[in-house]
Ligand binder design. Structure first.
Ligand SMILES: *[C@@H]1O[C@H](CO)[C@@H](O)[C@H](O)[C@H]1NC(C)=O
Ligand SMILES: *[C@@H]1O[C@H](CO)[C@@H](O)[C@H](O)[C@H]1NC(C)=O
Ligand SMILES: *[C@@H]1O[C@H](CO)[C@@H](O)[C@H](O)[C@H]1NC(C)=O
Ligand SMILES: *[C@@H]1O[C@H](CO)[C@@H](O)[C@H](O)[C@H]1NC(C)=O
Ligand SMILES: *[C@@H]1O[C@H](CO)[C@@H](O)[C@H](O)[C@H]1NC(C)=O
Ligand SMILES: *[C@@H]1O[C@H](CO)[C@@H](O)[C@H](O)[C@H]1NC(C)=O
Ligand SMILES: *[C@@H]1O[C@H](CO)[C@@H](O)[C@H](O)[C@H]1NC(C)=O
Length: 590
């Protein structure tokens, strides 16, 4: 492959733009080299270890366009196995790149592994994060933008700028201490703070916020409109997001254009992403607060506060933060969630309107009512369950076991409802019907909001309500403009119903996004197999890492890293596109 220039610091996007608009017919490749390592940071004024990507915390934004091929060489400089997953990126027929334990062997400490995938037929705002060992509690995350192809217009005027905000609950304990607490059945408790882009709060109140904390400042021009992409990358806390004196015009969530509506604040649950257009229509008599405050916990001390600074601002932000919604009002939050609608006439990744996929008219083939339970002791260990099963990751990833026909690694017997039997730890999968249409009802028996995410898919959120779901609940479903997304919240003592069109073959993770619930076993995989030979399914990658019963196939990665000159010291801000290759259309991966 021709290499243009390593460590090229020129404007790669201009370069790409030239090549794309040229006469080449294929989909471009973009290459990234990321070193994942510990570094120190003091977001809340306490020095602690965080996980950086190329020294950055949060990591760099992966800014790509529909149909690009993305190659990310990840070098694991941590002291533990590591994987990155791409939350909401669908990896069409290519779960090999999903970066979760059911599809990939972990990248051992000191090794590298190169992800290669195409961002096919998707647009929107997503994020990546480390999927193992509670790493997300220490960082390792970053935003993903998938831009529209030029031929497809945005359903709004092109914004004057793009602002990524990664908001997260934060603890001063390390990820290792936190996961030990969770293993011991200890509640994570109220977070020590909320970070915005890895920074602690602006000192809006001298009694509540200590001095000397670096905070995020967003610089803007009066009169302009910016697209704010806001992601809750935290571990377990729902956050209310708002900007003082400014409306949030919701336009997109997790790859779907929404009906455009103004909100004064938005509850963003763990793992969710939203785009808002925000117009700088205020007088700038001072700066404005950007706030992300915890929901349903009494933690006035823990709000994330950044600053919106107009270029003509007359002074600093002052006074109290804008009011959150009523602290414990889940009805408000549920009604807000229900108000988010799909814009059926907008084209998303493709020119045809989103709504031309009439999900409400499709016959459901499989129904799963998936009930969670709070952590409980199973065989002496603290575990969480879905339908009474706490997922046990096998030492051989399921996808590899399937590829090599290894029996006994997993079962395809995940129950369609909670069974009247004691909870157990098991490796039980959902046997999905290829091209089927699956209805899943999540029933939350926990006392906190949980969010659930499905890899490989966007699903339609068609209903949610308090109480126990019954067949009659279907009467309330939104069969027309329920939004398609990949992470949905389920309120405590309530249910959420989703519909998914099972057209993406592979092994796909369905998980709690709340890290404590996930870590203790609240996940399952869907196996979606095409019974016929499907030439478009991506083959086993050449660089597959082997583990478990397949360990003997693994060649030792003896030469520690062949990156040119890549000592981790020199790797700061090396997130540049180093090569760019145009290949023939469809020649993905090989
Ligand atoms: C993303 O890349 C596009 C060009 O492909 C560029 O116009 C845009 O400014 C970039 N956005 C960010 C947030 O870097
Ligand atoms: C590790 O990185 C090198 C390039 O520096 C690459 O050739 C090799 O394929 C990578 N290993 C894996 C397993 O992806
Ligand atoms: C829906 O999308 C269309 C087409 O892009 C756009 O013109 C319209 O303003 C959007 N409607 C709403 C209510 O957001
Ligand atoms: C949203 O609010 C802005 C003022 O901040 C207003 O100009 C705009 O018309 C509103 N849009 C909608 C769709 O309500
Ligand atoms: C939250 O805590 C504060 C004291 O820190 C107390 O004054 C307030 O009443 C509490 N609010 C609720 C809703 O419990
Ligand atoms: C899984 O589902 C397929 C049909 O989609 C069926 O042919 C197969 O027998 C099922 N496997 C098991 C173990 O139930
Ligand atoms: C959980 O289930 C139990 C037993 O069915 C029920 O009594 C309890 O109210 C449920 N709690 C929630 C929050 O749904």
């Amino acid at each position: 492959m021709p290499s243009i220039a390593p460590y090229c610091s020129c404007n790669i996007y201009l370069l790409l733009a030239c090549l794309i608009t040229g006469s080449f017919a294929g989909d471009p490749y973009v290459f990234f080299d990321w070193t994942v390592s510990y570094r120190t940071a003091s977001p809340l004024g306490v020095k602690q270890q965080v996980i950086g990507i190329d020294g950055q915390f949060p990591g760099p934004i992966l800014n790509v366009t529909t149909n690009w091929n993305v190659v990310v060489n990840v070098k694991n400089d941590l002291d533990e196995p590591f994987l990155i997953t791409w939350n909401g990126v669908q990896h069409r027929k290519n779960s090999w790149q999903d970066g979760v334990l059911g599809t990939n062997c972990p990248i051992p400490a000191g090794w590298n592994w190169t992800y290669q995938f195409q961002v096919k037929d998707q647009i929107g705002s997503f994020f990546y994060f480390p999927s193992l060992n509670f790493h997300r509690a220490a960082g390792g995350y970053g935003g993903i933008i998938i831009n529209n192809r030029d031929v497809i217009p945005l359903p709004f005027t092109v914004p004057d700028g793009d602002v990524a905000l990664l908001i997260s609950d934060w603890y001063t304990k390390s990820h290792k201490e936190l996961r030990k607490d969770v293993e011991n059945g200890k509640d994570l408790g109220v977070p020590d703070g909320v970070l915005i882009n890895g920074f602690g709060p602006y000192r809006y109140d001298e009694a509540l916020v200590r001095g000397g904390i670096t905070y995020q400042i967003i610089n803007v021009e009066p009169g302009k409109t910016y697209r704010f992409r806001v992601h809750n990358v935290g571990i377990s806390t729902s956050l209310n997001f708002r900007i003082q004196n400014h409306n949030l015009l919701l336009v997109e969530t997790e790859g779907s254009y929404t009906v455009q509506q103004n909100y004064t604040n938005m509850d963003i649950h763990v793992g969710q992403s939203y785009s808002f257009l925000v117009t700088m229509d205020q007088t700038a008599s001072n700066d404005y607060y950007i706030v992300a405050s915890p929901r349903y916990v009494n933690s006035s001390k823990a709000s994330g506060v950044a600053i919106l600074h107009y270029s003509n601002s007359q002074g600093p932000a002052s006074g109290p933060l804008p009011d959150p919604p009523n602290e414990y009002d889940t009805y408000f939050s549920m009604n807000q969630a229900r108000s988010i609608r799909w814009n059926v006439s907008a084209g998303a990744a493709r020119p045809n309107p989103q709504g031309s996929f009439k999900y409400g008219e499709i016959t459901v083939t499989d129904v799963y009512v998936i009930a969670n339970r709070p952590a409980e002791l199973i065989d002496g260990k603290w575990r969480t369950t879905l339908n009474g099963i706490s997922y046990l990751p096998p030492s051989t990833p399921i996808k590899l076991a399937q590829q090599y026909n290894i029996p006994g690694v997993y079962k395809l017997d995940f129950p369609k409802a909670l069974m009247n039997r004691p909870p157990k730890v098991d490796t039980s999968l959902i046997n999905g019907t290829f091209k089927g249409f699956m209805e899943i009802i999540f029933q939350n028996n926990d006392t906190t909001v949980q969010s659930y995410h499905m890899d490989g898919y966007a699903f339609f959120v068609v209903g949610m309500d308090f109480g126990v779901w019954t067949e009659n609940s279907r009467g309330t479903y939104n069969k027309w403009d329920g939004v398609a997304r990949s992470t949905t919240q389920v309120f405590p003592g309530a249910w959420t119903a989703i519909l998914a069109s099972l057209d993406n073959t592979g092994i796909w993770n369905l998980r709690a996004q709340n890290l404590d619930s996930w870590y203790l076993g609240q996940e399952v995989y869907l196996s979606i197999m095409n019974p016929e030979i499907d030439k478009s399914e991506v083959l086993l990658p050449d660089n597959t890492i082997y583990c478990g019963v397949l360990s003997s196939l693994q060649k030792d990665q003896a030469r520690r890293f062949s990156f040119s000159g890549a000592s981790s010291v020199a790797s700061l801000s090396r997130t540049f596109l180093v090569m760019l290759v145009i290949t023939l259309h469809g020649a993905l991966l090989r």
